[in-house]
Design a protein around this ligand. Structure first.
Ligand code: ADP
Length: 369
């Protein structure tokens, strides 16, 4: 962090959750972080921060303390979770784009409304500064039909947009680009399997720089075992939970998204570190949760290896991907001998904010100010 130089362009990235606002300010072309912060408990009972507008004002105060006036900001990049089929690349925000993001509320009712709050607050507080939306789904827009269609009556797709969208796209894209730098080979000539293993987990098959399949689906619930999400399960189980255990749709939603995964299996925690500690002390369910997590991951790696044909590298990112050697070693051992040429196992810390800021610079320089 530090002061702005004369010809620096300051790019602000904003990531709004329903009760949080995360920001990072970069100077370009150096790509240096000038300020960053997190404002939490927005709109919660007893909190001093009423809404995202006030949270952004607080963010500007924090930037001011770091020596940066908000009027120096050149452009803003917003993380928007769901771009549907409408947004397949980073997009300069105007009223039409805002309306479209609003239309997508029904696909991402938990995320897009908060993302839009951030956009509207920024438009008010920085009225003449260009804003760009960077969508978590966009990198996966290259997935072919045969991989994104669910085998449901076709009308669910054509009328309601029911299909695989995939998420964590900015992260999978960023680590793919980094992998290409590290392997010193153009991305267009690489086949990668990228594993984003954080609280949310997803895995993507990347062929020549393009996502061709990914584990998260219509929502982020599908795929790998996650901190509190179940990932894949037999859809008839949902019916069982409703009919036999009389759970309401909201209760099923809560069980699958908030009470399952590592947390539900172990009964200990959603945090991988806690599970490793508990296992050491002899907690069998913590050990079981770790085994289920690793096995599910391996199954997807096997599937994507076949989809890609040749795999140059398996990339690990996110808290678990970067820090838990046991998971990587498990994969390394399991895939030994599976390929003619062993894939590299790479650990690459993700940087979604930097990727968003880079995309902003690209959009702005393409379109001009
Ligand atoms: P988020 O998806 O919320 O950004 P992270 O990418 O930080 O979260 O990942 C959180 C997960 O990573 C947790 O399960 C946590 O236990 C695990 N993790 C983070 N750091 C470490 C570490 N040093 N050793 C083991 N696990 C870690």
């Amino acid at each position: 962090m530090g002061r702005k130089k004369k010809n620096d362009r300051l790019i602000l990235t904003v990531n709004c959750g329903s009760s949080s606002l995360k920001f990072k300010l970069f100077s370009f072309p150096e790509e240096q972080v000038r300020a960053k912060g997190l404002i939490e408990h927005i709109g919660e009972k007893g909190s001093e921060v009423r809404d995202h507008h006030q949270a952004l004002e607080l963010a500007f105060q924090q930037m001011f303390s770091a020596g940066i006036d908000r009027w120096e900001i050149y452009a803003v990049g917003h993380r928007v979770v769901h771009g549907g089929e409408a947004f397949i690349k980073p997009t300069r925000i105007d009223n039409k784009v805002i309306n479209k993001i609003r239309e997508l509320f029904k696909l991402a009712p938990l995320h897009n409304p908060a993302n839009l709050e951030g956009i509207i607050a920024c438009k008010k507080l920085l009225p003449n500064v260009p804003q760009v939306a960077v969508f978590d789904t966009a990198f996966h827009s290259t997935i072919p039909e045969r991989a994104y269609m669910y085998a449901l009556p076709f009308e669910y797709y054509s009328r309601y947009g029911v299909r695989r969208y995939g998420f964590h796209g900015t992260s999978h894209h960023y680590v793919s680009l980094r992998a290409s730098e590290l392997l010193k080979k153009p991305l267009s000539r690489l086949n990668l399997i990228t594993c984003h293993l954080g609280n949310g987990c997803s895995i993507t098959a990347v062929k020549g720089g393009k996502s061709v399949d990914t584990s998260m689906g219509f929502t982020p619930l599908e795929g790998l075992v996650m901190g509190t999400r179940s990932g894949d399960l037999d859809p008839a189980l949902v019916i069982f939970l409703q009919r036999q255990l009389s759970l309401s749709p909201d209760e099923v939603d809560k069980v699958l998204n908030k009470e399952s995964g590592l947390k539900g299996l172990s009964g200990v925690s959603n945090d991988f570190r806690d599970l490793m500690q508990a296992r050491k002390k002899g907690n069998e369910r913590a050990g079981l949760a770790i085994e289920v997590f690793k096995y599910r991951l391996l199954k997807y790696i096997g599937a994507y290896a076949v989809v890609l044909g040749r795999v140059d590298a398996i990339v690990f990112t996110g808290g678990i991907g970067e820090h838990v050697a046991e998971v990587r070693q498990f994969v390394r051992r399991a895939v030994k001998g599976l390929f003619k040429k062993q894939p590299e196992i790479l650990v690459i810390p993700t940087d979604e904010e930097l990727m968003i800021a880079r995309q902003v610079v690209k959009v702005i320089s393409r379109r001009g100010l």
